[in-house]
Design a protein around this ligand. Structure first.
Ligand code: SF4
Ligand code: SF4
Length: 451
C-alpha cells in the first residue's frame, strides 16, 4: 500500500483530535475523528512499509476505498500524466473560447491593465464571420458536447453587432448539432439596458459579469468615466432595471486600503432588486505586478493569481463575509488547471488572432494562430508542451498539481519572458484549504466523520 501524493491534511482549529483530509486528484474531502490511531503515524508506517495491526489495517482499508491510499503497483505519476493529457490538455468535452469584440472602453479605471491598449478597434463583420467558421469547424472536428463563449474587451458591449452576429450564428448551429451553448459577457455594465439584455438573450447570452470595486465611495474613485466621474450609481441602477432577466455574476478588485469597503458593498447587494439574479460573487486583489507592466494586459476571465499573505487573508475574510451574507461563492480550492493548459481553450482577438488566453492578447508576438486555421503555430504547440507540472522539481513533491498545473503561465511570461517557469500558488492553496475544510465541516448541516 502507498499514500497518495495528492493528500493534504488540515487539523481542526477547534478540536485537536479532528483532522480533515483532502485529495487534490479526486477532490475528496473527509473529516476523521482520531481515536487510537493518529493519521500521520498511520501514513508514516505505510510509507516505511511497517506492519499494521488489525485496527490500523481496518482504517487503511477505509482510506483506500476513498482514494487516499493506493495499491503498491499503482504508478500515481503516470495516472496523473494520463489524466492531464486526456482530460485537460486534449479534452474535447467542451470548447472554452473568449472573444475580444473590441479594445475600446468607455471607462478609465485607475488600475486598468489595458490602459495602454485601449484603442477604438472593433472586430469587423468580416472577422466575426471567420470566427464563426472557425468555431463551427472546431466543433465538428472535436465533436464537443458544449460551447462556452465569453465576450470580453475593452468593453464588449461597445461592439454589440459582433455579439449579435456570432451569438445568433452559433446558437443556431449548436441547436442543429445538439451541442449545449452557453455564453456570457464580462462587461462594466454601463451600457446594459433591459432592451439590450432581452435582445442578447435571444442570441444565447445567459449571464453577465459585472465589477464593483467596493462600496459607492471607493468604487467611484476607481471605476471612472474618461472625465473622472464615478460609475457606481449608473451600474447599480442598470442592474436594478434588468432585475429578473439574466444571471449576474459579481466580481471586484481590492487593494490593501480598499478591501474593507467591500463589506459595505455586500450590505448594499443584500437589498438590491437583482439580489435573486446573483450567481457567483467573488472579490480578489488587483494584480499590481501585471497592471504596472505596460502593454501586457491581464485577462479578468481567469481564476488564478499569485497572492501575498496579506491578500490571501483579506480574500478569505471577504469570501467568508460573502458566504455569510447568503451569496454564492466560488470554491476557493478547486481552481483549475486553467484554459492555458487546454488545446480547446483559447481567446480570439479583434483581428482574428488566436491566443492561449485573454492575458496574452496585448503582448506582441504571443498569438498561437489565427482563425483561418485550426492548427496552432510553433509557439502554440510549445506552450502546450511546457505544461506538465511534473517537469518541475518543486511540483514533483507538491500535493496540488491536479488543481494547479503549474499556475498562471501568463504571469510567468510577464515576469520572466518564458511560459516554461511555474507560477507557484502553493501558499494560496494551502491557506485556502486550512480555511475551507473546517468551514465546510462546521457550517454544513448533517456532516459526518470517519472514525
Ligand atoms: S494563464 Fe493566467 S491569465 Fe491565462 S487563463 Fe491561466 S490563470 Fe488566467
Ligand atoms: S506550481 Fe506550485 S502549487 Fe502548483 S503544482 Fe507546482 S509546486 Fe504545486
Amino acid at each position: 500500500m502507498q499514500v497518495s501524493r495528492f493528500n493534504y491534511m488540515v487539523r481542526s482549529p477547534k478540536d485537536p483530535n479532528l483532522v480533515f483530509l483532502y485529495n487534490s486528484f479526486t477532490d475528496n474531502r473527509v473529516a476523521i475523528e482520531e481515536e487510537d490511531i493518529k493519521l500521520e503515524d498511520l501514513f508514516y508506517k505505510i510509507q516505511q512499509k511497517f506492519a499494521l495491526n488489525s485496527e490500523e489495517q481496518e482504517a487503511a482499508d477505509g482510506l483506500k476505498e476513498l482514494g487516499y491510499l493506493l495499491d503498491d503497483e499503482v504508478d500515481e505519476k503516470k495516472v496523473f500524466n494520463d489524466w492531464f493529457e486526456a482530460k485537460v490538455k486534449e479534452q474535447t468535452d467542451y470548447l472554452q473560447i473568449t472573444i475580444v469584440t473590441t479594445m475600446a472602453c468607455n471607462l478609465r479605471c485607475t488600475y486598468c491593465f489595458e490602459k495602454e491598449q485601449l484603442q477604438n478597434v472593433k472586430m469587423t463583420p468580416e472577422v466575426s464571420e471567420k470566427v464563426i467558421a472557425w468555431l463551427k469547424t472546431r466543433i465538428e472536428q472535436t465533436q464537443c458536447k458544449k460551447l462556452n463563449l465569453i465576450y470580453f474587451g475593452g468593453e464588449p458591449l461597445i461592439n454589440v453587432p459582433a455579439i449579435r452576429q456570432i451569438g445568433s450564428a452559433m446558437q443556431g448551429f449548436c441547436q442543429q448539432k445538439k451541442v449545449d451553448f452557453n455564453s456570457g459577457a464580462i462587461t462594466n455594465g454601463v451600457l446594459l439596458t433591459p432592451k439590450l439584455v432581452d435582445e442578447l438573450k435571444t442570441y444565447g447570452l445567459s449571464w453577465v459579469k459585472i465589477t464593483f470595486d467596493g462600496d459607492k465611495e471607493t468604487h467611484d474613485k476607481m471605476r471612472i468615466y474618461k472625465g473622472g466621474r464615478g460609475t457606481f450609481d449608473q451600474i447599480f441602477n442598470n442592474l436594478e432595471a434588468i432585475a429578473g432577466k439574466i444571471k449576474i455574476n459579481i466580481g471586484g478588485n481590492f487593494n490593501e486600503e480598499t478591501a474593507d469597503s467591500f463589506y459595505g458593498l455586500l450590505e448594499r447587494l443584500k437589498t438590491a432588486k437583482f439580489r435573486n439574479d446573483l450567481g457567483i460573487v467573488r472579490f480578489k486583489p488587483i494584480m499590481e505586478e501585471m497592471t504596472n507592466t505596460p502593454n501586457e494586459p491581464m485577462g479578468s476571465s481567469c481564476k488564478q493569481c499569485i497572492y501575498t499573505d496579506k491578500e490571501i487573508k483579506q480574500m478569505i475574510g471577504l469570501h467568508d463575509a460573502t458566504q455569510s451574507a447568503g451569496f454564492r461563492v466560488a470554491d476557493p480550492v478547486n481552481l483549475g488547471p486553467c484554459e492555458f493548459y487546454q488545446r480547446n481553450g483559447a481567446t480570439i482577438g479583434v483581428s482574428g488572432k488566436v491566443y492561449k488566453c485573454a492575458a496574452f492578447t496585448g503582448m506582441a508576438n504571443t498569438h498561437i494562430g489565427d482563425v483561418s486555421s485550426q492548427n496552432f503555430n510553433e509557439l502554440g504547440e510549445s506552450f502546450l508542451k511546457v505544461s506538465n507540472p511534473f517537469e518541475n522539481p518543486k511540483c514533483q513533491s507538491c500535493h496540488f498539481p491536479p488543481i494547479c498545473g503549474g499556475g498562471c503561465r501568463a504571469n510567468s511570461y510577464t515576469q520572466t519572458g518564458s511560459v516554461g517557469v511555474i507560477s507557484c500558488q502553493q501558499n494560496y492553496v494551502a491557506q485556502a484549504l486550512q480555511y475551507e475544510l473546517p468551514r465546510e465541516y462546521y457550517f454544513t448541516e448533517g456532516n459526518s466523520t470517519v472514525h
